[in-house]
Design a protein around this ligand. Sequence first.
Ligand code: UDP
Length: 252
Amino acid sequence: MKILGIRVDSVDMIESLSRIAELIKSKKPSQVVTLNAEILYNAQDDEKTKTVIEHAAMVTPDGAGILWAASKLGHPLKERVTGIDLLQELCRQAPYNGWKLYFLGAAPQVAQTAAAKLREQNNSIQIVGTHDGYFNKEEEKNILADIADKKPDLLFVAMGAPRQDIWIYDHQDELPPLVAIGVGGSLDVLAGIVKRAPASFQRLKLEWLWRLLKQPSRIGRMMALPKFVIAVNKSRRKSQKIQAEMKRRRLP
Ligand code: UDP
């Protein structure tokens, strides 16, 4: 489906996980985008992000804003499929499937701490490499060589959207066959540096408010959200008008 002309796939968590498992099996280099309302809104005027989204193997509905817009436009979605939920679920499933994982992103030591915590929970998890998300061109070459050498099945890139998604798209030819997923600030959560919103906030679809309260500096980015709501309402009115006009013309 399209929201403001931008692609979002109508998938729930179970469908997303089974699609990722299929992609890993196919050994086809693939990208998964976890798309939230803010990035979707900004993508309208950003050809590069739009291209990345169009070429992805899957674009999941990440956030309450996308779900609200989808139902407003007459295509209700079952649930959010967020980067952090995908990451946690794939980490749970990885040992049983023999999948190798690589974490790229966040501040120095964060990816290692996240990996150590996951190994404490299940020592058969194979996290074959980690690197922080602050690197220069020279270091980038070494990171790409390390990923090519370790051949993970899943590469989680946690450098914030849309930077991470553009990075994956731009380097897909230099990566071995794997599924690369942009997961935003998820490694900070796994490492215990940032606390995820309590279940009550998640249930009430207020995770965005929790993140804003914890990181007030996000306010600038969040200004896209009211604009997103206005644009979706406008797009809904436009499509209602078109439908009414089509109905009218069919009448004698
Ligand atoms: N980050 C990074 N490299 C950069 C800029 C940011 O690895 O050049 C990391 C940052 O340390 C944080 C994550 O990207 O862990 C961004 O988190 P944020 O919550 O802003 O991402 P979102 O989930 O909103 O996309």
